[in-house]
Write a protein that binds this ligand. Structure first.
Ligand code: DGJ
Length: 741
């Protein structure tokens, strides 16, 4: 039993293989958080850490009479609520029918059941069968009747606990929720750092680590998408936590819309993390008896540093979040025509790319933006999901047959959530855009956003996209989103419900994605939003891979992919070899280096292969072969960050190790060459210390050198390290295959 309730002391204990989470029904029925950390022994009760004390300016429940020792303002709360004197970040602010803003939630009952919980209409971590147990704790405000059920699912073998809240209007009238977060995690002691992930277009998920300070550290998005700018993932860790040691706690929101993640340090040096839908521009109307379900948060603890925290997230998301045939099937090595042609292509050009690509072992051609409507550039056509026969002369089916006859699959690009003013769809349905009455609306990339909260909009998209996908043997879809939301307003909702539109928008996106992925189970869906602008756990439920960034420069990708790896599996990271000089940075890097970097993700190419020299094509052939050979290691192996590209400006190194420790793959990119260089000695991780391993540089080396070949013990590779032979030149790189002998 991973979930235990001890009625004698009203204690809930949630055990995973290596962690324990504990809470109890405390004084006056408040649900008090006690502990989240390394696994405790059976029967351990941390109520002893509960410390009631009179604190001035912290109020006491009315029933306490003259006893001033208990205040929810200073106790660790399981779900913080506004209005009853917890002045720290609250999860819940209701406006009750009588106008009061108060939720005084007390324990009512609980249930424990097998299996995982599933928040209504929202992406979530699921049970593969017998892996999970769920606890539901019902709290209610005895005066208003508002009830909240806290839902926890424990994935014992994955060391993960997910949680969300269901808020039920049990009052005598209408309630409006001004804030309804998913989770709160309180720490009564300890000094920590907080890690957040910020960025911008072409520079996503940069790692920022700061000591927790009094007040709040906030990471959030009000862009209608999880965004390039902040990511819905936050880590709290010891000041001295490293990749391999120290305590750390992750909170990852399985959601793709506006979010907030806060870390608050209070008057008593207590830390509170909260996470959920951003309360700004949020106001949800709940009629009597209705429920609101928050998105799910996946919590993971590691006592062995940040590396293990990430690996636990990788395993959880790979196995219990990603779905569909391509959850386990090898993803095809693809070539995408975007950077090869941009909008300037026709069917003959695509077939020419496919001809060369197929000869080199590439398996899928992705036809990117520009195949539909009258789209010759980014000013027109979005919404008109009909083949442009001026470009695809014989239509889609004919193109598909030509590509298939070369032994390759064909994939296609959509940007379903958008509309161009110059489109038939806009001319027919200007009211389908998100924008307020009388407002012209802000353009971004020349486009407007469709109101995905509307059933008729979703119906149109489902019908038109389905028609395209049924018209030919299409086996892949790239689902793009190239602007953020402004002018939030839905013509389909009354004024008092406009605060629901951001959330209804993303529920609508999920609904459409669910319908399409179910209707086309053989199609591989890849998420995208101007690169990695919606790289979040919500999207991974529908798309097992996401284009990581529009920045395809191998050196820039080192830090983008490094940051992404903290919370998301490598199997989800869309990554391609592109041409040099790189289109975004103008930098030239060796083909081998580009291959090594792109291979640490879902491998592919994004260049005009027809323009490649014979020598470059040979390298591509070899890379494709290598990628197929080491595929499982990359997609299912344990990932180790061996250096921090934000701190180490000489090289970046990372490693994959098979779960059974039989093989590993070491990757090293020299970012900057120095005269009189200091040799790189890299200590490997995750090997069997007792085993002996053969270390061999493979063909993916910018500078192939034999010096570091040999057979060494796992212990010596991990404790003493591997000397990387000198590599001449900026951006040289090496990849080593390491096999147990
Ligand atoms: C943004 C994507 O990230 C690119 O890869 C490409 O698909 C363009 N959109 C097309 O408009």
């Amino acid at each position: 039993m991973s979930i235990q309730f001890c009625s004698e002391n009203s204690l809930f204990t949630l055990h995973t293989q290596n962690t324990t989470y504990q809470m109890k029904v405390g004084p006056y029925g408040y649900l008090i958080h006690l502990y989240y950390g390394a696994r405790l022994a059976e029967g351990d009760d941390l109520s002893r850490l509960f410390f009631p004390l009179d604190r001035s300016f912290s109020g006491n429940p009315n029933e306490a009479g003259y006893d001033r020792s208990f205040s929810i303002d200073v106790q660790p709360m399981e779900y913080s609520m506004f209005g009853c004197s917890d002045y720290r970040s609250s999860c819940l602010i209701p406006v009750n029918p009588d106008g009061t803003r108060e939720a005084d939630l007390r324990y009512v009952s609980h249930t424990i059941e097998n299996g995982a919980a599933a928040p209504d209409g929202l992406p979530h971590v699921y049970d593969n069968g017998g892996e999970a147990e769920t606890l539901r704790i019902r709290l209610a405000d005895p005066v208003s009747g508002l009830a909240v059920t806290l839902v926890y699912t424990v994935f014992e073998s994955r060391d993960a606990i997910t949680r969300y809240a269901v808020i039920e209007n049990g009052t005598s009238g209408r309630v409006e929720l001004e804030k309804a977060l998913s989770a709160c995690l309180d720490f009564t002691h300890g000094e920590y750092d907080v890690i957040t992930f910020w960025g911008r277009h072409c520079f996503e998920r940069a790692v920022e680590r700061t000591p927790v300070r009094h007040g709040k550290i906030v990471s959030d998005s009000l862009r209608g998408a999880s965004s390039h700018q902040q990511n819905p993932f936050m880590i709290l860790c010891d000041h001295d936590a490293t990749e391999t040691a120290g305590e750390c706690w992750g909170m990852s929101l399985i959601y793709s819309g506006n979010f907030i993640a806060e870390c608050e340090y209070d008057q008593l040096w207590q830390t509170r993390l909260t996470m959920g839908i951003h309360p700004h521009a949020f106001r949800w109307v709940l009629e009597q008896g209705e429920c609101f379900t928050t998105p799910e948060v996946a919590m993971i603890y590691s006592g062995d540093g940040l590396g293990e925290l990430s690996r636990r997230y990788h395993r959880l998301y790979r196995n219990n979040l990603c779905r569909g045939e391509y959850k386990t099937a090898r993803r095809p090595i693809l070539i995408n025509n975007w950077e090869a042609t941009y909008f300037g292509f026709d069917d003959d050009k695509l077939v020419k790319i496919a001809e060369d690509a197929s000869k080199l072992g590439i398996e899928l051609l992705v036809m990117d933006d520009g195949w539909f409507g009258k789209r010759e550039d980014d000013t027109t056509g979005l919404g008109d999901w009909f083949v442009n026969t001026n470009k695809l002369h014989g239509g889609l089916d004919s193109l598909c047959r030509r590509v298939n006859s070369l032994g390759m699959k064909l994939g296609i690009w959509f940007e379903p959530e958008m509309i161009s003013e110059d489109s038939d769809l806009y001319r027919a349905h200007p009211e389908w855009c998100l924008r307020g009455p009388g407002r012209a609306g802000v353009r971004s990339r020349h486009q407007f956003v469709l109101d995905m909260s509307r059933q008729d909009v979703r119906e149109y998209l489902f019908e038109t996209i389905s028609a395209v996908l049924s018209s030919a043997n299409l086996e892949y879809v790239k689902w793009d989103m190239n602007r953020h939301i402004s002018n939030i307003y839905s013509g389909a909702l009354p004024a008092e419900r406009q605060g629901e539109v951001y959330h209804r928008y993303i529920l609508g996106v999920y609904d459409l994605m669910e319908r399409l992925t179910s209707a086309f189970p053989h199609v591989l869906f890849e998420g995208c939003s101007g690169g990695g602008g919606r790289f979040d756990a919500g999207m991974l439920y529908y798309t097992p891979q996401i284009w990581c960034s529009d920045d395809t420069d191998a050196i820039e990708r080192l830090s983008i992919q490094y940051g992404t790896s903290f919370g998301y599996p490598i199997s989800a990271v869309g990554s391609h070899v592109s041409a040099v000089p790189n289109h975004q940075t103008g930098r030239s890097t060796p083909m081998a280096t580009r291959g090594i970097v792109a291979m640490s993700g879902t491998f592919g190419y994004e260049l005009d292969i027809n323009k490649m020299s014979a020598e470059e094509k040979d390298i591509i052939r070899q890379q494709v072969e290598d990628c197929k050979r080491v595929y499982e290691l990359i997609s299912d192996g344990d990932y180790y960050r061996l250096s921090d590209p934000f701190a180490n400006h000489n090289y970046t190194a990372w490693q994959f190790t098979a779960p059974d420790q039989s093989r590993a793959l070491l990757n090293v990119v020299q970012v900057k060459m120095e005269v009189c260089p200091v040799p790189f000695v890299i200590r490997l991780r995750g090997l069997d210390p007792e085993a002996r391993y053969e270390v061999k540089p493979n063909s993916l080396n910018a500078v192939v050198r034999e010096e570091s070949c040999g057979v060494y013990s796992g212990a010596s590779l991990m404790k003493a390290g591997l000397l990387i032979p000198l590599m001449k030149g900026d951006y040289a790189a090496a990849q080593y295959e390491i096999n147990r002998v």
